[in-house]
Design a protein. Sequence first.
Length: 148
Amino acid sequence: MNKLDKFDKAIIRELQKNSRVSVTELADVVGLSKTPCKVRMDKLEKQGYILGYSLLVDRAKLGESHIAFVQVTLSDTKTKALDAFNKAVRIIPEVEQCHMIASNFDYLLKVRTSDMDSYRKFLGETLSNLPFVMQSSTFVVMENIKDH
């Protein structure tokens, strides 16, 4: 991949702030004219620097304000077990993020549900039934300070 220059970095930084900004506005902010700015955006997408665009929503208004971080320890960490867990966890809608961790546990999950009752149900009926899950520890978020 090509090395990014200051204009490429500025384009990425501005699009992270507001991906719906017009090319004209973006070009003004980063100090380019419209056509070179659009060419650079297309190049950044084609080279895989920009993977896509997303929509941020108010989760509380959607009834999804309960956040928990869950440490998961597997009973087996051979490739087959990790692959099975990874495949299963990817399709669970409550799991917003899943990271393999180099620690005394194997994965850290960000789980979003409507309330503690729904989280308890998720924990007992979904998480505990994933392949190779041996134990988990939950950390409930009391206040969301910065989400993105």
